[in-house]
Design a protein around this ligand. Sequence first.
Ligand code: ASP
Length: 447
Amino acid sequence: MKIKAHWQILLSLVLATLMGLLFRSFGKEPTGATDFVNGVIVTCELIGKLFLNLLKMIIVPLVVSSVIVGITSLHGVKGFGRLLSKTAGFYALTSLLAICLGLVLVNLIQPGLVNGDPNEEIRAAFDQHEASESEKMKVAEAKVSGTEQAGFFEQLSGFFLRMVPTNVVSAAAQNGQMLGLIFFSLLFAITMTRLPLPKIAPLRELFISLNEVMIKLTQGIMALAPIGVYALIVPVVYETGGGLFVSLGKYFFTVLLALGLHMFVVMPLVIRLLAGVNPLDHFRAMRTALLTAFSTASSSATLPVTMRCIQENAGVSKATSSFTLPLGATVNMDGTALYECVAVIFVAQVMGVELLMAAQFMIVISALLTSVGVAGIPSASLVAIMIILTSSNIPGAETAVIALLAVDRLLDMSRTAVNVFGDSCCALVIARSEGERVLETGNAPHM
Ligand code: ASP
């Protein structure tokens, strides 16, 4: 019998915690048993590092192909320019709303702090990762710039200069410079759409194939996640004890609350105001797609169901839905963008990095940009969180990402539902703006 991927991760998490606690109970006095334990811990660390390297290895081709395929997928459609600007505007606006909501809640609830101080238990776990010299320097710089008010404009201009790199190849080669690469890919894709189809068709085909391969490769690497999580969690629990996961509860709650508010308050208001429809009718029309998104944690896998629901139940035309939804499934991820923002600020709180306005603004823009490059498959935003943490010089990125992965599944399912709902709202609003009669008589919900 094949155990589902998320259960495998959960199981490996439980086993790793038990093994870490068992090793811990041996104490640290040098004995034969501790020699054995040290051997296992070192091996686990090696395997964990290899797993992280695999994840990092795929970032560049995955992000580039996903951005380019998403944007160019609609080339040649009638009224392309007008539809694209309306759709992109809607997507950017709603993602920004989601990110700001996450930003406010994570600053209000402060899940990474206990009585105003970093949560030591989680911090000890995140600190596991042995920082390299250059990372230590970066951290020191981040801490200094975080406390100096005068650095505001320097920080901001530095951020934009990194976003528009002089050399895209060298930006891609540097770990922390992924935003430059995403920005370049966006420009590249938009330029492709401005050329006649026959001229760009071969290039587009190439990126489509590359994207297919990268998605398959990501799935292959994620299939190793139970082993990776196991190898990374054993040393963490061995060093810090098992309280880590209990401490992550507040973070978990913050993400769920923010996602819930976006899906059940903000987006219903948006469609009420912009499309004049009853949000309850829309929820009813989309329920099969939302449940599919929730259970698969993949907006791409849900796309056919989203298409069917929006056309058959909400009455959006084929033309509008086949323009907005495939694009949305790859580039528009409200839930993911919100999640990235909360996760990054949470890690900063835990690590004691004070983020002033400029730094938080940069995280907002980074979350917006990277959510465009995240693939619509389970746990894909892990890669984006790694990018933002590294480019914001927040320490402990690697261990933090793994600890977050260990508790990620339910959050992933929830944010995927939010992602899919956001796409469907866009289809509705664009359809209305194109004069279509949506969610009216004759659109009886289809199960
Ligand atoms: N699983 C999400 C989706 O498919 C992406 C992510 O946030 O990991 O929409």
